[in-house]
Design a protein around this ligand. Structure first.
Ligand code: GFB
Length: 311
């Protein structure tokens, strides 16, 4: 259990995940959250991170800071995805241990699993086969983060846990068409196609690949529960429990946005992993389930986009 006044450092609080976590923890009455703007603390800077931890001594650390992006950004910039993530996580995890943090939650990703993993993907699939090439660099960095947490647990008894979320969406998502994930990209494209009276919307790939989407507020509620109740170095999946094809997703988004033009498929863009649905049996056994159905989550995200991005 966590004490409501314990100092909890949320690294990456301006990102979609970190921001949702801060809102969630505040709503649950946690009153001693520590955050640092990127302009004040570059998490890639080892000595700067060490100094903040030495000065602040957080009791609990949530590592939600990472270089993230959709299929194209991952594919185009493997050096940055590998190096920046390794640097951020090495600095934060090591400083947390050396400054006595009693718990750390590391956020991984469903792309750590093999490209052709059994579906739904159980936690035991980790390192059982080759990775999806478009995001291998990011996946390798995240796997290194999991292994570092497990190494601190094994060698020093640290309570450092690793949580694997499925594809996420929600407020504060990235809507840049070159670097975003599919849901945010299609919301923006559908909105712009509607406002410009376009007759078509271009969707990447074949439309046949399947993905599972979880609203970030649901991820935040799962993380809050795991911070309180999960103390194992074994990784744990957080997913919605159902997947959908990219074609079905595109149609659903067009429906929510009220764009009634045609979908055109850009087959020159990569499809990535054919399917990515997490097995959430372990998390369900702790009594958690998602509360935001996909259509409602998309509608809420579209409202956020209209109020904050499309202005
Ligand atoms: O969300 P996404 O970029 O990432 O793409 P991944 C999912 C699927 O949507 C792919 C298709 O099959 C894309 O080809 N897609 C269709 C689009 N239209 C678009 C579009 O306009 N933009 C984008 N971005 N996709 C990422 C990994 O993989 O998932 C990361 O690269 C991370 O490492 C993240 O794990 C959760 O699901 O393929």
């Amino acid at each position: 259990m966590l004490d409501k006044s314990e100092k909890i450092f949320v690294a990456g609080h301006r990102g979609m995940v970190g921001n949702a976590l801060v809102r969630r923890l505040e709503s649950q009455g946690f009153s001693n959250l520590l955050v640092r703007a990127r302009s004040k603390l570059d998490l890639r800077d080892e000595s700067a991170v060490a100094k903040v931890f030495a000065d602040e001594k957080p009791a609990v650390v949530v590592l939600a800071a990472a270089k993230v992006g959709g299929i194209k950004a991952n594919n185009d910039y493997p050096v940055e995805f590998l190096l920046e993530n390794l640097r951020i996580q090495n600095n934060v995890i090591r400083s947390a241990y050396e400054n006595g943090a009693r718990k750390l939650l590391f956020l991984g990703s469903s792309c750590i699993y093999p490209k052709l993993a059994p579906q739904p993907i159980p936690e035991t699939a980790l390192l059982s086969g080759p990775l999806e090439p478009t995001n291998e660099a990011y996946a390798i960095a995240k796997i290194a983060g999991i292994k570092l947490c497990q190494a601190y647990a094994r060698e020093h008894g640290a309570n450092f846990i690793s949580v694997m979320p499925t594809n996420l969406y929600g407020p504060n998502d990235n809507f840049d068409l070159e670097t975003s994930h599919v849901l945010a990209a299609l919301l923006r494209k559908a909105h712009e196609a509607k406002t410009q009276n376009d007759s078509e919307l271009i969707v990447w790939g074949s439309g046949k690949t399947r993905r599972e989407f979880l609203h970030v507020d649901d991820l935040a509620s799962a993380c809050a529960l795991l911070l309180e109740q999960y103390d194992s170095p074994e990784i744990i999946n957080v997913g919605f429990g159902e997947d959908i094809s990219i074609r079905e997703l595109a149609e659903l988004i067009c429906d929510v946005v009220a764009f009634d033009g045609e979908l055109t498929w850009d087959k020159n863009k990569p499809d990535g992993t054919p399917r990515k649905l997490l097995d959430v049996t372990k998390l369900r056994a702790l009594g958690w389930k998602p509360s935001i159905p996909l259509r409602e989550g998309i509608a809420r995200t579209y409202e956020w986009f209209l109020a904050n991005y499309a202005r």
